[in-house]
Design a protein around this ligand. Sequence first.
Ligand code: SAM
Length: 306
Amino acid sequence: MTTPTERSGDAAAGSLAGHPATRFDHAVAAEVVRRLRAAGCVFAEEEAAALLSTAGTADALADMLHQRVAGRPLEHVLGWVEFAGLRLSVVPGVFVPRRRTEYLVQRAVARTGPGVTVVDLCCGSGAIGAAILSATSAAAGGSGPGWATVRHASPPRLVAADIDPTAVACARTNVAGFGASVYLGDLFEALPGELRGRVDVLVANVPYVPTGEIRWLPPEARLYEPRHALDGGADGLDVLRRIAAGAPLWLTPPGTRPGGCLLIEASRAQAPIAADVMSGAGLAPEILESAELAATVVVGTYARRR
Ligand SMILES: C[S@@+](CC[C@H](N)C(=O)[O-])C[C@H]1O[C@@H](n2cnc3c(N)ncnc32)[C@H](O)[C@@H]1O
């Protein structure tokens, strides 16, 4: 969306003030749609429906609309995001999970088995881990749309970590029902040492935007998501390289169970380089793509010891 002036936000808020929550009638809904459209929201009707269903009062609705037309990401305004069939908490300062990342979840789910250990590094809101557990735990109610759920009698153990305290707090909320642990720290340093050599599925949606391309991101990302959630260094692969280099120490070695694997989202252009990086780290790489979700995932299986 474009960033409108503060004045248009005030006008929108003013036009909605005083309507009790129970009277979000057609006229109010139409006004919300009109203000969103004027602010450049392409999916104004859908966004209006989300705002109207989330706001508890007219004042809350006016405030949310004000924030949205000022350019704040819809999900930060709502406080929730739909991801893989789940409604998850997402707060300002935390990366908003993208729809395409559901492909990373699908590929990770396909690599799970009974009782496996899954680690979600750079977990942000914890969306990936929550979705994997939802799709694999027999007790979980949710399911991922668009892929077969794999119910394991002995559900995966999930450990997640992020360097950002706000993200860690958000992730803890989202995985609370699954008995998962979320740690604060720099990549593997955050993890308990007992996980060395025991990680079956290591999944990471790392920051992978090349530094020089940050300026081309939509304002919602550039202005409202933390730089450390987006910036992957000169070619976007700095964090991926660090994870690939460290992965063999943490993954289940080949020969015990099926060797552990690392799954990372990347851009299509980055994928061949990411595959080479994984190969250099002793991981057998595979590039997977989803046309439907416009997503690329690079998988590295721990196939030989270095
Ligand atoms: C692109 S976001 C992805 C968040 C989440 N996995 C998702 O898909 O919604 C990248 C995340 O990596 C985290 N991060 C960046 N550098 C990190 C590091 N060195 N160690 C741990 N986490 C890091 C950021 O805080 C951010 O939450």
